[in-house]
Design a binder for this molecule. Structure first.
Ligand SMILES: NC(=O)c1ccc[n+]([C@@H]2O[C@H](COP(=O)([O-])OP(=O)(O)OC[C@H]3O[C@@H](n4cnc5c(N)ncnc54)[C@H](O)[C@@H]3O)[C@@H](O)[C@H]2O)c1
Length: 273
């Protein structure tokens, strides 16, 4: 009698990591979540075209010279997108993943918001992702498993007062994500969104707000997010483990939007034996 088939082992990824051989373009990569995404993608075998308006973007390429191509990229500018995509794909030969991560936050009561401030924020947070998608589309159409990841915010699920420009830009990006998922599915291009809750990055950890970390840690899980938490989600959406997922919004917020939590106990209760 022949012995039974051994149980299948864990799925084996491509040699060298789950993004081996792939090229990603990450915007806003100089710091915060974009930097963490870039570093994790490289650890997973990808090469990354890392774009930002900050000069610090060069540091990433200095640290990871074989895997990172740093470009000055202003996501609000079509010509800047074209230069960045051309330079990156000339160097790495292809583009498999686009991560529209760049974003700016602006707090202002409705009555004090200005047309200029509102429009400038929208140009980064919403128009920027649209320009990126349009610029990168010809490259994404040429690869077997393309993936686009847009970064929303829990402000795209429920309103935040004093954030009219920010919240509305992220709601709009949410809509863009859905439209792109429908339109590009026929090309095999998956388009999904990450929805971070509070994450400890320079966007929220400002010198003029020393209480931010404590305040942002008030989630049901009892802590704020780390850039690496968001990078793990981006890695999942970039690679083949999420191959049946498109048009989705995946929330990583420590439970903040799950509902109303009871006050958190300081420590776990004593267990009587
Ligand atoms: N930190 C949070 O709590 C949080 C929560 C929800 C969503 N988000 C979103 O996550 C994304 C990343 O934010 P972060 O927390 O890492 O912030 P961050 O401020 O640390 O990083 C944002 C990066 O975007 C870059 N950028 C800004 N304008 C740009 C432009 N015109 N062109 C190219 N790059 C530009 C900045 O220079 C910066 O490097 C943003 O879209 C943000 O809205 C952040």
């Amino acid at each position: 009698m022949s012995s039974p088939e051994p149980p299948p082992g864990p799925p084996s990824g491509p040699p060298g990591g789950e993004l081996a051989g792939r090229v990603a373009l990450v915007t806003g990569a100089a710091r915060g979540q974009g930097r963490a995404i870039t570093e994790l993608f490289v650890a997973a075998g990808a090469r990354v075209i890392a774009g930002d308006v900050l000069a610090e973007i060069k540091e990433l390429a200095d640290e990871l010279p074989d895997a990172v191509h740093a470009v000055h990229l202003d996501v609000t500018d079509t010509a800047s997108w074209q230069r960045a995509a051309a330079a990156g794909t000339d160097r790495f030969g292809r583009l498999d993943v686009l991560v529209n991560n760049a974003g700016v936050l602006r707090r202002a009561p409705l009555a004090e918001e200005t047309a200029e401030g509102f429009e400038q924020l929208w140009r980064v947070n919403c128009l920027g992702a649209y320009l990126g998608l349009q610029t990168c589309l010809p490259h994404l159409r040429r690869v077997p498993a393309p993936s686009v990841i847009n970064t929303l915010s829990t402000a795209a699920l429920a309103a935040w007062e004093h954030h009219a420009a920010y919240a509305s830009s992220k709601w709009a990006l949410r809509g863009l994500t859905k439209v792109a998922a429908l339109e590009l599915a026929a090309d095999g291009i998956r388009v999904n969104a990450i929805v971070p809750g509070p994450v400890l990055t320079p966007m929220v950890l400002r010198a003029d707000d020393p209480d931010a970390e404590r305040r942002l840690s008030a989630t049901p899980l009892g802590r704020a997010g780390r850039p690496a938490d968001i990078a793990e989600l981006a890695l999942f959406l970039a690679g083949d483990r999420s191959s049946y997922i498109t048009g989705a919004e995946i929330v990583a917020d420590g439970g903040q939007t799950a509902g109303v939590a009871r006050p958190r106990r300081a420590s776990r209760p004593e267990v009587s034996r």
